[in-house]
Design a binder for this molecule. Structure first.
Ligand code: SAM
Length: 347
């Protein structure tokens, strides 16, 4: 029976999933203690050296290292402990793209909310949001009440944006674009990279007021004269005119299908003939059998962030663009991180 189970992929996945929260937190603790950085600098360290570095009780460190070696992110050899290349690449890095920012946000914001999943899904509301100050309906709006949490959230979002940036830079066609309207631009990470890569491109960043304030401080000084900022509620305020390309990057997944249709129509209406709409983000497989990143994001959106939306399949996004009036609608799925790009043109 055991042999049969060990060879069963679903059984192995089950064990990983149900033990995952403990291993997830072991990895976060490793980051918080600077253990991955220490191993990165040293190459290899003995248990005694790690005890000295962390100033932990030897037994507590032993237990933590068991968790980290079980995760595979730390390797145990005859010489001691070392980072696996995945840990070296994703966790020991200190840049803005480091997964450490994402893990900090998942520990602080995401996973406490997942406790409320059954209640939230059965009640049909994002009841996980009750842990956050305010009366607004979305996490994005409530974060305006907590600058520290907003910083954690947007640093994680920027890190994810940087991880998924290669797909955007490769598949977003701004060759003929003069002015890009980036709706739900976040802290401006996408725009900073796009403007750096295309010297004639200008852009408007549209987001909620507290996020635009953050974007203003984060955007590299040399780009500010090519950028306009627009503090607005994308759902209720009109879109600014003047752009010939509208980008929704990781935005339509946060809203309902009806709201997505309305946003795409608003974009269509402000574009000139020949203007483009590009939709980039997580996307579930068209048959909705996965994958895990799309599933996690869709659950998070519904129990915490907005109470609606999902990692929409390509066919659905393409349908909105056609319904709005776009022609030459094309979608590219299967991009890294379960992403897709769907593009349409105003005739
Ligand atoms: C998941 S983030 C995407 C950020 C960025 N576009 C990216 O690709 O990384 C969603 C963004 O939409 C913004 N947003 C959510 N609701 C909004 C609203 N009603 N009006 C304007 N922006 C909104 C959030 O503040 C957040 O910056």
């Amino acid at each position: 029976m055991n042999e049969l189970r060990e060879s069963d992929d679903v059984y192995r996945r089950f064990q990983l999933i149900v033990n995952g929260p403990a291993l997830f937190n072991a990895v976060v603790t490793g980051v918080e203690l600077g253990l991955f950085d220490f191993l990165s600098g040293r190459g290899t360290a003995t248990a005694a050296e790690l005890v000295e570095f962390t100033a932990m009780e030897p037994h507590k460190l032993r237990v933590l290292l068991l968790g980290l070696t079980a995760s595979g992110l730390v390797e145990k050899t005859a010489d001691g402990y070392a980072n696996h290349p995945v840990a070296e690449r994703l966790l020991a890095a200190t840049g803005p793209e480091s997964w450490r920012h994402i893990l900090r946000s998942w520990k602080t914001l995401y996973y406490p909310a997942f406790y409320h999943m059954t209640a939230a899904l059965t009640a049909g509301t994002n009841s996980g949001i009750q842990a956050h100050e305010g009366t607004e309906r979305t996490l994005y709006e409530r974060l305006a009440h907590d600058a520290d949490l907003a910083e954690i959230f947007h640093s994680a979002m920027s890190a994810f944006t940087l991880q998924t940036m290669p797909g955007l830079l490769t598949h977003l066609d701004v060759g003929q674009t003069r002015h890009l309207l980036d709706v739900g631009a976040g802290a401006g990470t996408n725009c900073a990279h796009l403007l750096s890569a295309h010297e004639d491109l200008t852009a408007t960043l549209l987001d909620l007021p507290n996020v635009i304030d953050m974007a203003k401080t984060r955007l590299p000084a040399e780009l500010t004269d090519r950028v306009e900022f627009c503090s607005a509620d994308m759902l209720n305020d009109p879109f600014p005119t003047g752009a010939d390309h509208v980008l929704f990057s990781h935005v339509l997944d946060t809203v309902s299908a009806e709201q997505a249709m309305s946003l795409v129509t608003k974009a269509f209406d402000v574009l000139p003939s020949g203007g483009k709409i590009s939709v980039y983000g997580f996307s579930a497989a068209d048959d909705e059998r996965g994958g895990p990143l799309a599933a996690r994001l869709s659950l998070y959106l519904n129990i915490l962030a907005t109470g609606r939306g999902m990692a929409w399949p390509v066919a659905e996004i393409a349908g909105w663009l056609r319904q709005a009036g776009c022609i030459a609608v094309e979608g590219v799925g299967d991009l890294p991180y379960e992403h897709a790009m769907v593009v349409g043109t105003k005739p």
